[in-house]
Design a binder for this molecule. Structure first.
Ligand code: ZN
Length: 294
């Protein structure tokens, strides 16, 4: 068996770009500290809207080559974050982007949303049993904001975590492994409000979103961990910029294809939903591995 780094973090995301927006600073921090950081992206994001006019020909209703292009954007982003282990669930193109909720693409053959959770989860079980992460990060049951691929990524991640630990499940996929801690991506409402106030004052984007446009915004009291990414925010911004078909970065702000400005969060927030907090009662953890025996 090859020797694994002492600390191992697994992140499960729906599309290329979600990892950099949500967890870019966290990923850069742990990679810089020598932890194993493994990203599993469930689809290639084939249904995304293309921002740069020069690349509009890649769109699904034209050449339908956006998926291949975004594989390259993701690789460039991971280089910025110092993350070398990034994979697509079942391999690139195994599951297709399902489009927004209610779109006909939801039900297309091979769409991630139309795939049975138990058909997709074994691909992730295999990753979990080989990487043996102590920490898993994914979305909440609503996928943070209701996108079908984000909801499905949550379901597959939670199901795979359960199946990976079951001794009787598919021993051909590796030895059972119990993930010590599972977190969902969060943004405290006050932090989101403060970020939008800063953006409005800066006037960087003519149109500005609202906290409700930010996935995972919740009441501050639900947030149990915060990772200070101050030292890594430049890497996060560079990784976001690498997703050029999807994101425009301006200083400490960004916009998606809806052109609504949003703040880039320097500190990233989480809610612990499985396992024990390593922080004193009532305090937020500042390390996702807190309390984990390595
Ligand atoms: Zn996404």
């Amino acid at each position: 068996m090859t020797e694994l780094p002492a600390r191992r973090l697994l992140l499960v995301h729906a599309h290329p770009d979600d990892e950099s927006i949500n967890n870019g600073a966290t990923m850069a921090r742990y990679a810089a500290e020598g932890a194993q950081v493994t990203l599993v992206t469930c689809t290639r994001g084939e249904e995304g809207e293309v921002i740069p006019p020069a690349l509009a020909h890649l769109a699904p209703d034209r050449e339908d080559r956006l998926g291949e292009h975004r594989v390259g954007e993701l690789a460039a982003a991971m280089k910025e974050l110092g993350v070398t282990d990034h994979r697509f669930l079942g391999g690139p193109g195994r599951f297709r982007d399902s489009g927004m909720m209610g779109a006909p693409q939801n039900r297309r053959e091979g769409a991630f949303w139309s795939t049975d959770v138990d058909d997709a989860a074994p691909y992730l079980v295999e990753v979990i049993r080989s990487v043996r992460p102590q920490v898993l990060v994914t979305y909440d049951p609503d996928g943070g904001y209701g996108h079908p691929d984000h909801i499905q990524a949550h379901r597959v991640a939670m199901r795979a975590a359960e199946l990976a630990a079951e001794p009787a499940f598919r021993r051909d996929l590796g030895n059972p492994h119990q993930i010590a801690k599972i977190y969902w991506n969060r943004v405290p409402r006050t932090v989101a409000e403060e970020g939008f106030a800063r953006l409005r004052a800066a006037g960087t984007f003519p149109a500005v979103g609202s906290p409700d446009d930010v996935p995972g915004v919740v009441d501050d009291s639900l947030v149990t961990a915060e990772i200070d990414g101050t030292a890594h925010v430049e890497r996060k911004a560079a990784a976001m910029r690498a997703h050029a078909t999807q994101i425009v970065v301006e200083g400490e702000f960004f916009a998606l294809s809806n052109h609504l400005g949003q703040p880039i969060f320097t500190t990233e927030f989480y809610q612990l939903v499985r396992g024990e907090s390593g922080a004193p009662a009532g305090e937020r953890e500042c390390d996702l591995f807190a309390g984990v025996a390595s």
